[in-house]
Design a protein around this ligand. Structure first.
Ligand SMILES: [Zn+2]
Length: 216
């Protein structure tokens, strides 16, 4: 067994779970991408470009160093590899990154609606807001820069304008849970907006208390 096989297997399992539930937009497609920071020598394992998730095997997952030099793998790493590296460089607390195209986060991304703190249970996990990262072309250095500009809020979920969703975590399980929580709250927020009624958000005092609880 190779030294990165466990991480590669975890990525394929996570990708299938998300794909089967429509998180990548099209079950037969290859949109979105997943990576895990590897403990050794600043490397990451990341899904390859243009490989449908239903056909993806552990050997298709790429391992690259922090200059995107290939260490293992026979396919080209995801077009968003620079974005993933940018997250690891700027958020030392993060060891996994998941980028998806789910329906409700995508709706909010085209009507420019960041998600405020709405439920204490979700704020406890993903932070006080899901901010909107300004649009730039997929795979561009500008998009990676735009992501970096928002990471300082120490939250774990972001919307990518006219594109989709980005969730991060201390490990892959947490990033996956955050991806699910973000889509859940995006769905609720979207339906609430369609009622035209006033939407109440969590009071600032509650958010402070939640942060204190999550740090203890
Ligand atoms: Zn994308």
């Amino acid at each position: 067994m190779g030294q990165f096989d466990k991480d590669k297997q975890a990525i394929v399992k996570c990708a299938r779970w998300l794909s089967e539930r429509g998180y990548f937009g099209c079950v037969r497609g290859s949109g979105g991408n997943i990576s895990v920071k590897l403990n050794t020598q600043n490397m990451m394992a990341i899904t390859p470009s243009r490989r449908p998730y239903q056909q993806m095997s552990m050997d298709d997952v790429c391992v690259v160093d922090d200059n995107l030099k290939s260490i293992e793998g026979h396919l080209t790493p995801s077009i968003e590899a620079t974005l993933h590296l940018s997250v690891y460089r700027n958020r030392p607390d993060v060891n996994a990154v998941i980028h998806t195209h789910p329906v409700f986060a995508s709706i909010l991304s085209i009507i420019n609606k960041p998600i405020p703190a709405l439920f204490d249970e979700i704020t406890f996990e993903i932070g006080s807001a899901v901010e909107m990262i300004p649009y730039a072309l997929s795979g561009s250095a500008e998009l990676a820069q735009n992501v970096i500009s928002k990471l300082g809020n120490d939250c774990y979920c972001y919307l990518l304008q006219n594109h989709g969703a980005l969730s991060i975590g201390k490990d892959l399980d947490q990033a996956l849970k955050n991806a699910e929580l973000m889509e859940k709250v995006a769905q609720i927020y979207y339906y609430a907006l369609t009622t035209g009624r006033k939407i109440t958000t969590l009071p600032n005092g509650a958010i402070d208390q939640i942060y204190q609880m999550s740090e203890s």
